[in-house]
Design a protein around this ligand. Structure first.
Ligand code: SAM
Length: 241
């Protein structure tokens, strides 16, 4: 990464109240591994250095707003793709343990190899699978402190996929763009149906670029009915609300 990209990363992190200068070498290595991975398979649509720094690295770090991801928590990253937001968050917050989940094996293979290259294999433990299936396995159901999610599905779909994985008192941290009132309303009703409640809606601008983002926090208040999540594809094809 060139020096202006590192400066952008630092400025973006500073806007979020973070200092990631000690992690610069790890972010540079992550950048290289993404470029290499992208030349072998289609990992991410973002190709320029500036886009990767601002729209992957800094954008992922915005999930730390509000302090919902602090301390020794287990965090599922649902639909992690090439490892976002897992990698920037794991670099910025060494206490967190991540379980990046994706249904695409080659993406999870990339995440596993990248975690090892970054020395994060002890606390980044990827799982290949669909949320609809993992949500019914006792090793994953109602086990985790947090589910974090970026760019995967609408809020009602996310509620159905994520809440079964959370322990009572756990939080879904959903990073969205400019969420509509209709989506938010449907998300509130879906959250209630699966044992949760929307506790926080925090709109903000992406550092430096200003693009609209919203962090939505759903707390799990009671156990999720065993009928959720519904079978593969149904949550998306027929959202709860
Ligand atoms: N979170 C990443 C990011 O922000 O760059 C990736 C976003 S990508 C648009 C969505 C990812 O979610 C894809 O890699 C897809 O395979 C995964 N995905 C979608 N639905 C899923 C499900 N039901 N269970 C597991 N993974 C899913």
């Amino acid at each position: 990464m060139n020096s202006s990209s590192l400066e952008l990363l630092q400025r973006g992190a500073e806007e979020l109240g973070l200092d990631v200068t000690a992690q610069f070498p790890a972010f540079e290595r992550l950048f290289e591994l993404l470029q290499e991975g992208n030349s072998r398979m289609n990992l991410t649509a973002l190709k320029t250095e500036e886009d990767i720094v601002l729209k992957h690295f800094v954008d992922s770090l915005t999930c730390l707003r509000g302090g919902y991801l602090e301390g020794g928590l287990s965090v599922v990253d649902l639909g992690t793709g090439a490892g976002f937001p897992t990698f920037p968050l794991a670099l910025a917050r060494p206490e967190l343990v991540f379980i990046p989940v994706d249904s695409t094996r080659k993406k999870i293979d990339f995440v596993r190899e990248t975690a090892a290259q970054l020395g994060l294999q002890e606390r980044v433990m990827p799982v290949v699978g669909r949320a609809e299936a993992l949500g019914h396995l006792s090793e994953h159901r109602e086990r985790y402190d947090r589910v974090v999610v970026r760019a995967v599905a609408s809020l009602p779909v996310l509620a159905e996929l994520a809440l079964p994985l959370l322990r009572e008192g756990g939080l879904l941290v959903a990073q969205k763009g400019d969420i509509s009132a209709d989506e938010l309303n449907a998300g509130r009703r879906a959250a209630g149906e699966v044992g949760g409640k929307v506790q926080v809606v925090d709109p903000f601008g992406l550092p430096i670029l200003g693009d609209a983002r919203t962090l939505v926090i759903i707390e799990k208040l009671k156990p999720t009915s065993p009928k959720y999540p519904r079978r593969e594809g149904v949550p998306t094809a027929q959202p709860l609300f």
